[in-house]
Design a protein around this ligand. Sequence first.
Ligand code: GDP
Length: 455
Amino acid sequence: MDGRTIAAIATPQAAGGIGIIRISGENALTIAEKVFSPVSGASLSRSAGYRAYFGRVANEGKDIGEAICLVFRAPHSYTGEDVAEISLHGGLFVMQKALETVFSAGARPAEAGEFTKRAFLNGKLDLSGAEAVMSMIHAQNEQAARAAQNALDGALSREINAAAKEIIAVAANIAAWVDYPDDDIDDISGERLMEVFSKTKKMLEGLLSRFDSGQAITEGVPAAIAGRPNVGKSALMNLLTGYERSIVTPYAGTTRDVIEETVRVGNVVLRLSDTAGIHDTDDPVESVGIGFARKKQERASLIIAVFDGSEELTDGDLELLDFCSKRTSIAVINKTDIGQRLDVSLISSYIEKTVEISAATGDGLEELQEAVEHALGTDNFDPSSAMLATERQRGCCRRAVGYIDEAIAAVESGMTLDAVGVCADACIGALLELTGEKAGDAVINEVFASFCVGK
Ligand code: GDP
């Protein structure tokens, strides 16, 4: 085993039409050659690359099956190294057998994300690009996929690099001025410093303000459907999920535990829990459910509070209104298909956005979607703009803004230029950590540890 050449199954660990084994590293082609024989008799290790070879995979002379091997040559491959990709009939047993053969021929098992890590180390993409690969794999809707593709194309890196370049120029000027006081280097003006810092701060703050709505689209938002028993929470959950998941009955207290579902509402993915109606009960099982429901509601980023439009408000409704008034919430007035007795104006005095629907007929669903998008700030989401995709990137961005604030304060209070220079350097450090240009091993390892094996 050479240790430098890695291999893994790149397709899902399940039976499928085709499974792919990816081998990358300096001995990728000689290893591929030991396990795969092209029917044409061609030599893989002498291949110019970018060809597909039809042949058979065998383990010590024992045939495993027919396969196609693709050859890529360094540096023009995903990892930047020599790569062989062997596609076989995707049975789990066949794939495992073939992979073991590749290992006995000298490759070692790839760690999680190691192919992409090599791409990063070989300069094929930066760290935010690598994170975009992960976002792409997990994209649950079109906008999330477009945002990930955009990040992969470098939308975020371009903005960050441009900002870093301007601050580097300022810092270099300050450093020259501080280090060579006797030379004729112009003192950079306070105005110029403020111009660069303010511009960068504005751009970074724009990224930070779009983070939550971006996350709502790409990662989803924990949301809870709340309301007293029998207002139609389960019916609404079923309407949103499109099938009977919650048990809808005319008896209060049927939803005892918390039912969770991932649903797409407009452009947002909601990780939705239909929580048990919170009310006083002596039933021990029901009270456990109610305890869970309270926790879910407290942790939710969005509460969809359901009220029965055909009844007057009860104390339970008022309690919920009070709870929602301090949180991001939407009031849903349900059962518009029957006679209305609810005082909607009272609800509006607690929760700004009210939507009238009938979970039974589906009327008002579109208004509810719009309200959800508006409440989470995703209604004006533009997937083509630069976007922070991970908590790590947000942390770097926040640190950079903090250092800019310190630099601005230093300029404003008339501190010496070297004090401003220290803040500028720290800001550059945070920006370059975001793109990975100056990220430590620990940061890099953490990013790739969340990848899957084979990517
Ligand atoms: P939950 O306890 O809040 O989950 O309420 P359910 O979803 O179980 O609904 C309670 C009762 O209200 C059931 O009999 C439903 O059929 C009825 N219901 C729910 N939504 C509507 C609606 O929009 N219109 C009418 N007329 N009845 C509804």
